[in-house]
Design a protein around this ligand. Structure first.
Ligand SMILES: Cc1cc2nc3c(=O)[nH]c(=O)nc-3n(C[C@H](O)[C@H](O)[C@H](O)COP(=O)(O)O)c2cc1C
Length: 347
């Protein structure tokens, strides 16, 4: 059997390949954004050219409220992907997360694939990343602090992925002590903690527990976009659990609304199935502060390289600007206060 580090690198490469080559969307369930509509404003009394889409995140200015979600690092090929993503994100002034840095904890060989990110993106908010199972009951936070320092991260994300771990033959399914680990990281790490899912959403109950231990930023990563159950089911080449778990999770819109109801103050990253500037606008009107997306960005990178990412970010920013014009929102703060209507019944 290959050493553990090689196994993890292989898994990282599998995840990229499956994301790029297989159907990994949810099968029936949707994000919930399709159930909401803005009211068209035929009298916006605005000049579309002066609409301001910029916002602040982690103390830095973004050209529009967007982040490339945590994806990769720690395998051969990751340095190139991360380097390109970082270059475009910096050019565009949007935030970026790196994928799980677990590999860099265990083997310095993989550090380069993360370091490149800060090298190519000196100006933007960067977010480090590790899985829940790695921080269960953690007391000594210094190894995690080293991961933060490697990319001079502005925040560090913990991903909660019980569904994925459950479906991985080699998954780590002991989630006892994760909340305590998060609490210790909140207390002792030098940067803010973000807690995220990876496609099954964060419920208000979980959000409340996180807020009770001092978490101020939650990334919904809700259902309706990439199905991580789907990815793992394809990886294990065994469809028997697909029926029950492929579409498991809280739709992104429900996750955003539920968390925002709990607290006006919590910073929400709305993600999971963000696929257009309209989705970004809806996420913000429903309660998010910024939006984020993963799979579409990786796909255009593979198909069309750096140009592909520039084009998709340009399109989404233009769409967002168009929606803001048509609802009469001159800036992001106004968009967040804009009423959005539940328009269709869930089937
Ligand atoms: C290839 C790939 C690798 C990912 N790896 C990570 C990871 O290491 N850590 C993490 O928190 N999320 C990871 N994610 C999950 C994304 O950050 C995101 O939450 C999820 O894919 C839902 O967003 P989407 O529907 O826009 O793809 C990964 C996603 C992709 C596509």
């Amino acid at each position: 059997m290959a050493p553990k580090n090689q196994q993890i690198s292989k898994r990282k490469a599998d995840h990229i390949n499956i994301t790029l080559n297989e159907e990994i969307g949810f099968r029936q369930k949707k994000t919930g954004f399709e159930l909401y509509e803005f009211e068209h404003n035929a009298l916006p009394e605005l000049n579309a050219n002066t609409i301001d889409t910029s916002t602040k995140f982690l103390g830095k200015q973004l050209s529009f409220p967007f982040m490339v979600s945590s994806m990769t690092g720690g395998f051969l090929g990751a340095e190139k992907i991360n380097g390109l993503l970082a270059t475009v994100c910096n050019e565009f002034s949007v935030a970026m997360g790196v994928g799980s840095q677990r590999q860099a904890l265990e083997n310095s060989k993989y550090i380069k694939s993360f370091k490149i990110v800060r090298k190519n993106a000196p100006d933007i908010p960067l977010v480090g990343n590790i899985g829940a199972a790695e921080i269960a009951s953690i007391k000594d936070v210094s190894p995690i602090q080293r991961l933060v320092d490697t990319i001079q991260a502005n925040a560090f994300a913990i991903h909660l992925n019980p569904l994925q771990e459950f479906l991985q033959p080699e998954g780590k399914t002991n989630f006892t002590g994760v909340l305590k680990g998060i609490e210790n990281l909140v207390k002792y790490l030098s940067v803010p903690i973000i807690v995220k899912e990876i496609g099954a959403g964060i419920s208000p109950t979980v959000a409340q527990k996180l807020m009770n231990v001092g978490v101020n930023i939650i990334d919904t990563a809700g259902a309706g976009g990439t199905s991580w159950a789907g990815v793992e089911i394809i990886r294990r080449n065994d469809d028997s659990l697909a029926e029950t778990f492929w579409d498991w999770g809280i739709p992104t819109a429900d996750s955003i609304i539920g968390i925002r109801k709990l607290s006006k103050k919590i910073f929400i990253i709305g993600s999971g199935g963000i696929r257009s500037g309209l989705d970004i606008a809806k996420a913000l009107a429903l309660g998010a502060d910024v939006a984020a997306s993963a799979t579409p960005i990786l796909k255009v990178l593979k198909q069309r390289g750096e140009r592909g990412i520039i084009d998709i970010l340009t399109l989404w920013k233009n769409e967002l600007q168009g929606v803001m014009f048509l609802v009469g929102a001159k800036n992001i703060e106004t968009l967040k206060k804009t009423k959005i209507y539940g328009c269709k019944q869930k089937n």
